[in-house]
Design a protein around this ligand. Structure first.
Ligand code: ZN
Length: 555
């Protein structure tokens, strides 16, 4: 009816209230025109560009806190469909697993991306740790010196599916982090760009010419990094500028980034700005949306996560950062508008996050604390080695919590006893909420209840891959920060608790609704026929998640 209605309002047809006489005379051309307009309107409304933006560590808490301050892109996206408290439902709330869910429709148990890093003791190389977006089959690859690849992603992304349905679709991915670009882009990308630590680079073996925008941004960033950068705090962020002491350093008050400080570039506004510049440049250079088939562009804005890790989530640094994200998203939307192609945007995050324990305590979260060193895998290993008179390491683990592996060298006759003893040692520790074994998780069905009702075991089940997960999976109690050495990072995420699981999910298509759209929208819900010629409004689809509430009305 929307199409029909448009037609009825068009001056060419010139009919709004047809008197009884002459109806038949007028109806014939209307029907003919309606049929051709129908297919036209349908194809025009179908997006030509699908854009997925992931803001790394943009928790539901941060979205709610900063919503009133957004004036640009994040303000405009809120005129679409907003789910302020969506879920990255799984337990291992890290960047790689989180990004692997966004465009695959699959949880880490299916994508195989159980963490940023895990152990694979079957590897012949000395380094048994695997990085999620490396290809460990390549000679010389290690978890720290790797060739970036989607090899370990077991699922297909939207881009993969679009490409196999129609090879004319272009799949473009740009992110600050390689793992964000890879996990959203997938196995069949036409263009992928991510920050290598020195410049924006693409995958080895991608032999297309470098787009002009990438060279331009790399040149500008190279110059910019060599200059000092004194952040100017936006006015609404000034009240948040309160120093917090963490060991021998202070966070909460933005400081100058020194000339040549590459690590500091990660937490500067220039980082996301550069990523955004490349995304916008590619929209223009590739003429996204103007090809034979719809295109998909994923954008990973990674700096929010570095700000969260380096300064925590509740200081003036995060305030300035999120206002920067707002601005960058606004620039992306403006570039999409300028294509004059129909587009759709989804914005979400790979995981949430929590503040550093020192400031959490100041804010009344009294159980906030740092992990006890006894829980570090090396220390647990030492205790078990002494108890069983075994060589170290007995246990392998990337972090105190999550996947813990029994070393391959431990002899078969003691393996189950060592694991039992390790489990018992974890369970008596006051910072441990639960310990799961692969057998326990394997027995559980994949969770099907709403994600807010999941047990701890359900959350770990959704992160469990029998090929890759640990021999023990250790869950921390809430508000335990698994960082002891605060020299680089002071805060993190990764827990199965809701502050790390909850993220905003925003869908947006350009478009405007009117009050006259209310009646047809409600009428369609109860399948009440309303002749389109009698009204001005059109049905709005309310079923963002499940279907088409206008389906009746469209038939
Ligand atoms: Zn992170």
């Amino acid at each position: 009816m929307a199409r029909f209605q448009m037609l009825m309002r068009s001056p060419a047809v010139g009919v709004t209230r047809s008197p009884a006489f002459g109806v038949l005379r007028m109806l014939f051309p209307v029907i003919v025109a309606a049929v051709s307009a129908a297919s036209e309107a349908q194809s025009a409304a179908r997006p030509r560009i699908i854009v997925a933006i992931s803001v790394d560590e943009f928790s539901a808490d941060l979205f709610t806190e900063y919503r009133p301050l957004f004036k640009a892109g994040l303000h405009r996206l809120q005129t679409g469909v907003v789910f302020p408290g969506g879920y990255q439902s799984h337990a291992a709330t890290e960047t790689c697993p989180g990004h692997s869910t966004i465009l695959t429709g699959s949880r880490p148990a299916r994508t195989g991306i159980i963490a940023n890093e895990w152990y694979d003791q079957s590897l012949s190389r000395a380094d048994k740790k695997v990085y999620c977006s490396e290809d460990p089959s390549l000679p010389g690859s290690s978890s720290t010196n790797f060739t970036v690849s989607a090899q370990l992603l077991k699922a297909q992304t939207l881009g993969d599916r679009m490409k196999s349905a129609n090879p004319g679709s272009r799949v473009v991915s740009v992110a600050g982090k390689d793992r964000a670009a890879i996990m959203m882009g997938g196995h069949a990308m036409d263009q992928v760009w991510f920050w290598s630590g020195k410049s924006f680079v693409t995958l080895k073996g991608m032999d297309q010419p470098t787009p002009a925008i990438v060279d331009k941004v790399n040149a500008a960033v190279a110059v910019g990094i060599m200059k000092p950068d004194l952040p100017v705090l936006p006015e609404p962020c000034r009240v948040r500028s309160v120093p917090v002491r963490v060991a021998d350093k202070t966070v909460g008050v933005p400081r100058e980034r020194k000339a040549g400080d590459f690590q500091g570039f990660h937490t500067s506004l220039a980082f996301d700005r550069a990523t955004t510049d490349i995304a916008i440049g590619l929209i223009r250079e590739l003429r996204l949306g103007a090809g034979k088939a719809p295109d998909v562009l994923s954008i990973g804005l990674s700096a929010t996560d570095y700000v969260g890790h380096t300064f925590g989530t509740e200081g003036a640094e995060m305030c300035a950062q999120l206002l920067g994200v707002d601005e960058n998203v606004g620039r992306i939307l403006a570039a999409l508008d300028a294509t004059h192609q129909p587009y759709v945007v989804v914005l979400t995050a790979d995981h949430g996050g929590q503040d550093l324990p020192e400031r959490n305590k100041m804010h009344g979260i009294l159980d906030a604390t740092r992990v006890d060193a006894a829980l570090l895998p090396a220390n647990m290993s030492k205790q078990l080695a002494a108890e069983f008179n075994l060589p170290e390491p007995v246990l392998l683990g990337v972090a105190p919590f999550g996947d813990i592996y029994l070393a391959r060298g431990i002899p078969g006759n003691v393996r189950s006893r060592v694991l039992e003893a390790a489990k018992a040692r974890y369970l008596v520790h006051p910072q441990v909420a639960a310990v799961f074994t692969p057998a326990e998780l394997r027995r559980l069905p994949l969770p099907s209840e709403p994600a807010d009702e999941w047990s701890l075991a359900d959350r770990f089940r959704a992160s469990f891959d029998p090929e890759r997960s640990g021999d023990l999976i250790v869950a921390p109690k809430p508000h335990i920060t698994p960082i002891i050495d605060v020299s680089t990072y002071v805060a993190t995420h990764g827990s199965p608790w809701n502050y790390d699981r909850k993220v905003p999910i925003l869908f947006y298509r350009p478009g405007v609704v009117e009050t006259v759209d209310i009646l047809p929208t409600l009428a369609a819900l109860i399948e009440l026929p309303v002749p389109s010629a009698e009204i001005d409004g059109r049905c709005i689809n309310l079923d963002a998640a499940t279907g088409d509430s206008c389906a009746f009305e469209r038939h």
